[in-house]
Design a protein around this ligand. Sequence first.
Ligand code: ZN
Ligand code: ZN
Ligand code: FE
Length: 756
Amino acid sequence: MQHAEILLTGIVQGVGFRPFVKRTALEHGIKGYVENREFGVKIIAQAPKKSIDKFLKDILNNAPAVSTILTHSMKYLEDDVSDFETFEIAPSKKKGEISALIPPDIATCEKCAQEIIDKNDRHFSYPFTNCTNCGPRFSIIQSIPYDRKNTTMGKFIMCDDCNREYTTIADRRYHAQPNACPKCGPELRFIEIADESPVVTARREKAFDKTISLLQMGEIVAIKGIGGYHLVCNAMNKDVVEKLGILKYRPQKPFALMAKDIETIEEYCAVNKDEKNMLEGQQKPIVLLTKENEILEHVAQGVKDLGFMLPYTPLHYLLFKHFSLLVFTSGNISEEALENNDDSAYQNLANITQYYLSYNREIYNRIDDSIVTFAGDQKILIRKARGFVPKPINIARGIGKPQIFASGADMKGSFGLTKENIFIGSQYLGDLAFASNTKFYKESLEYFQSIFEMKPQIVMTDSHPNYFSTRLAQEFAENNELPIHFIQHHKAHIYSVMAENDLENVLGVSFDGTGYGDDGNIWGGEFFIINNTESERFAHLNYVPMISGERAAKEPWRMALIYLYKYYPEIVDSIITEKKFPQKDMIILQLLNDSVRLQTSSMGRFFDAVASLIDVCHFNSYEGEAPMKLEALADENFSEYYHFVFDKQRSLIEVDLIIKGIVNDIQEQKSKKYISSKFHFTIAKMVFDLCKKMKNESGIDAVALSGGVFQNVVLVNMIKRVFAGSELKLFWNTKVPPNDAGIALGQVYSYLLKSR
Ligand code: ZN
Ligand code: ZN
Ligand code: FE
């Protein structure tokens, strides 16, 4: 018989961890105890060595999905430890037991979902039912330690029944801080805007019934969720879906859907095992799934995927007793910050709806739905928010290093903070060109510093001189008298992949829409050899003039014109007509005058140009529209390509043959599908060819790929196919998004590599 002490750090408190350890101990015949400590959880296990090893393995592999084990250690103890007869959860000691890490919001568990439909249970039909394994966390936590009084549940005094559950170790609601029931917890309210002021017109069941009948009548209702409001309507009613798009000022942008169950989703999309696990797991993000038919085309026009999620609060479960499918889109206007505050929602969403299903518990931290997609079995985080934040990421290199604040980038705001080996990234904060999002950013930064007790000593930021996030970082550094380091955008993308995999040397492929380059140009089609702290820009897409700046990003036809003019001027007039694009001559004049000094090597803009060339999309009504519509046409099994030339002398890739090839195929009336597939495969082959060249030069065989372009699943799958069997090994982002919201992690890592 052996005694072992097991120490676990990470998010292991407030997530049902101790009951899980006890169950696992009983399965393996382990005696001893488990207790919460200030650093995490301590276990004393008494059993034969073989059983203890299996027990630990089981704990690491099967821990509750919402927990995050950052580090673990085990040591065997001397024999004089007293013998244990049972395995127990040690009662909590008062002081110093809560670790500073807090869990993300957790989707309703099966048991709670069962109780709310059980007529004999006291939680029957109660929309705020939760337990230790599920319910709101991050969104309601105001300060630490994580106790009820420090959450927005603090004002609700537990009734006797709830309190009994809360204080009974064996109960599923033991220490469930948001525990509530119809007697003592939050209640539903229906609010209507009459003469510009909100009036409560119904409560509890009546509020719920009103919502059901309005949705059935084809109205839009704003429903308060976990991290903010949703705008909800009947997905099958084309008129109301169209109306919602217009009122949200984004008529073309796809809407997310919530479905009753997997079977409902399967009427529109095939769902594989990984996707099913993600849909049904405790995080319940929106999962992007390839359309199988056109039935829901009006919800997501011209793109490959539909975004589905399953109910994740008791209120959702109750709603879906009456529906099988609803549009469930974020409650905001256009790209503005998600509405979480009741009064602000009534004001800002007033043009969209006068109906609100709300409740009297405050959302302290707003947090949007996360979005996940899959390329094969590889998970790609498109938007990291509810369910994923604030889970820490382990960065071993941070041990013994100063604390870091990394400000991220602007297009998709998200900052990061570190303390020793812990990296915590903020939730998705939106496009920082909008004032509501910059306010959100500042509030979150304050909150994260206080809740995780972090006090940065180093500031990392993008080298873009005009980013909001850069200026904020500079102010932060000045105000706190801290050193600040600038890191080039596309290198930071690559460092984010290196951070996830603890790599030192990689071949970096950094493709996105825009980022400030070391030479002052706009980069975005970049190949790097990164050797520890040295980085070499091995190749990039050849520059084209960047005319009309921001508008070129919003209007792909401008990029098409720019590319044609550069590589195939004699064909311009037959492809881009003045009738369709009246501003055409103005741009040509600018090109002729050579008045454009700013150049771009952006891969995103190259995709834009091709999307317009083949008449798929000339104007982006939302970010990424053109490339998404181009991707929707591409067949990932395609293997023809256009030629391109690598000019080693000038470190660039010349794409004139791609443009000419595409024009040729247009003139030969090849289908859009054909051209798009061929273009996608061309880029996959370009990545492979260049990586082989970089390997020959450097001897490095690890390839790190990052940047918004790698949200394109067809391209990712093609790249994997081309690289299969080669000596090059691919690394992707899986813990942070490949888009700009993942960049803070890269900024941190670039510092950690350099500061050894
Ligand atoms: Zn539960
Ligand atoms: Zn109660
Ligand atoms: Fe980027």
